[in-house]
Design a protein around this ligand. Structure first.
Ligand code: PNS
Length: 164
């Protein structure tokens, strides 16, 4: 990828990817040269899905977007971004309550690397209440999440919960 291209990293747990994440990826891909959706490998939050499963679901959901790629990372996000030649970190903001944590991360990342800028993208209103955590809880309790996640994710959630 030439250095002049605007590459952005969209990092997260994506356990699993939701329609809210997907909306943000589509909107970002519309204005940036390349978006790398990067899922955290050793997540202390004990993800329901393995890194490979999370990456597969993201790849399936973004297969129609030629300037979006999927990867995983470990260690510091700033080191990974530098490795990928990215100068932008994308994060979605759903509500004011997200802002405090997101600001803390953005400022810490800036402290670690002056080269990187964090771009906050407001979530679309219809997804402002959505999170992977709430989707997993509803699905685990037998609720219908098919309007909230891509179809293959919904199927995998049902399969995962019926096998637990
Ligand atoms: O979807 P999440 O769980 O809110 O994503 C959090 C994530 C993966 C972006 C954050 O935990 C992260 O960047 N982890 C990598 C470790 C790191 O660089 N920490 C210092 C920055 S605060």
């Amino acid at each position: 990828m030439p250095a002049s291209k605007q590459i952005a990293i969209y990092p997260g747990s994506f356990d699993p990817i939701t329609n809210g994440h997907l909306d943000l990826i589509r909107r970002a891909a519309n204005i940036l040269d390349h978006v790398v959706v990067a899922t955290l490998r050793h997540d202390t939050k004990h993800p329901l899905f393995t890194t490979e499963e999370r990456m597969e679901m993201i790849s399936q959901a973004t297969s129609d977007l030629p300037n979006v790629s999927v990867d995983s990372f470990d260690g510091l996000l700033v080191d990974y971004a530098q490795e990928r030649g990215a100068r932008l970190i994308l994060r979605g903001i759903r509500a004011v309550s997200d802002y405090e944590y997101e600001l803390q991360m953005a400022l810490m990342n800036r402290q670690l690397s002056k080269e990187l800028e964090t771009l906050f993208i407001p979530a679309s209103e219809q997804y402002s209440y959505l999170s992977s955590r709430i989707v997993k809880e509803v699905s685990r309790l037998g609720g219908d999440v098919s309007a909230l996640v891509p179809a293959p994710v919904s199927a995998r959630l049902s399969a995962k919960h019926s096998s637990l």
